[in-house]
Ligand binder design. Structure first.
Ligand code: SF4
Length: 173
């Protein structure tokens, strides 16, 4: 039994419990509402879904980029509050190039994938694990995980009308 199966079973017994990542994906699958989840955005939400101000004044396009810098790699550093203007923060690094390159609709692998409208880009993850902001999707853990989760969610809904109704409720939260 998977964790999701267990949570579904809890709901069947009357205890209302929601699996958050499944609910985020279900919102994308079953509604027209934006889910607001930066790792499932196309293009990547880095720098446009939010920016991260570090305690020392450095500015990053995402929290993962900030964490990578803490490990010594400043690949996703946008600039510094103490020396850069607002315009410079968004233009001095290759942030715009990363955003342009991570539009799933045009990315090898993703452009032909049935899950693409529900998926995202995760450039920092792919850079950290595959040294490339786009990533090689057939060997990407991000891709493998999301593909498995989305497939399983669809299978559960197709197999059981009660689960479908539960998932429709999760999608509306
Ligand atoms: S499941 Fe994989 S190939 Fe499909 S859109 Fe997501 S990352 Fe791209």
């Amino acid at each position: 039994m998977t964790t999701l199966d267990y949570i579904v079973e809890m709901n069947r017994r009357g205890y209302q419990l929601m699996e958050q990542y499944a609910a985020i994906i279900l919102k994308k699958m079953l509604t027209c509402k934006p889910c607001g989840y930066v790792d499932l955005a196309s293009p990547a939400a880095i720098g446009i879904g939010g920016i991260i101000y570090n305690y020392d004044g450095r500015v990053f396009g995402s929290d993962e980029g900030r964490m990578l810098a803490a490990c010594g790699d400043t690949r996703f550093l946008m600039g510094d509050l103490r020396s850069d203007t607002y315009e410079e923060l968004f233009t001095k690094s290759d942030l715009l190039d990363v955003i342009w390159r991570t539009m799933c609709e045009g990315v090898p692998g993703c452009c032909d994938c049935a899950f693409q409208p529900w998926c995202g880009a995760a450039p920092v993850f792919h850079y950290a694990t595959q040294c490339d902001v786009v990533g090689h999707k057939p060997t990407s853990e991000f891709c493998r995980r999301n593909m498995a989760i989305m497939t399983y969610l669809v299978e559960l809904m197709e197999a059981n009308a009660e689960i479908q109704q539960l998932f429709e409720r999760w999608a509306q939260v």
